[in-house]
Design a protein around this ligand. Sequence first.
Ligand code: CP
Length: 305
Amino acid sequence: MKHLTDIENISKEDILNIIATAREFKAGTKVSDVSTKTVALMFYENSTRTRCSFEIAAQKLKMNIINFDTEHSSISKGESLKDTIENLYFLGVNAVVIRHSYSGLINNVMKSVKYPVSFVNGGDGTHAHPTQALLDFYTMLEKINTVENKKIVIVGDISHSRVAKSNIALLTKFNADIHVCAPSYMNFKNFESFNVKYHQNIKEAIEGADVVMALRVQNERHEKEGYPDSSEYKRLYEIDTKLLKQYASKDVILMHPGPANRNIEVSSELLDNTLGNTILKQAQNGVYVRMAVLNTILKGGGYAS
Ligand code: CP
């Protein structure tokens, strides 16, 4: 495994190896195999959790880190991302972590780059966010041991969500019982092609759920697409403690990739109570999972510049 651009492109074995390595890093029983390597963090779209946790992960691995300044790089003079990355390779960069608003860009650039740089997708448009799915899986395993046949309900802005797509790809590999819940205008256009059950009614969706994963309502995309404003969404889909206690399994875990819109997709009181704490654990686990990803793709002799 030399790249991580999509969950679809990696095997169950790769995923379980990353989880096992992340556990060792979290327990402090593993040391870095990649302390001589250099990673460039190229974030063309805003981020708190993904960018900072990759940076902390690389620091813990004792790697060299380039925080690539996307605003002041020579891309502003017309240089392509392919040429930029090939130059970075010759400067000594072994891996690039890219976040971009353009869906599919990372796979396209990876195919065009002629030198052996490892690519990690830090979230591209509405396409994929594989390290988020891995850290979500890690967190679920910590809390409920297995996802097989567990009812996992993803609620909210499914159509725009790279997190939903990568989670569904991963959870399908591990035989989870996957449900999505959204108003029709937020559902996948082609939801039949995903291995999920679709609900419009939140109470029906979360009945007996083991995991409820809320998604951020992506307001910045809605105005352009003529969606109703988020007060309509809040009225029908906001998750609060009462709703979870009444309908979900008694040991339900609440997840959210962040950033959360308080009192839109999840109530503020729920975010601040013990159930909401899992969301912060997701962010924390992101450090160990991203350490495991960087260590896995860069260890050994392959792809050294
Ligand atoms: N979950 C997530 O990708 O958060 P950031 O946008 O803050 O990185």
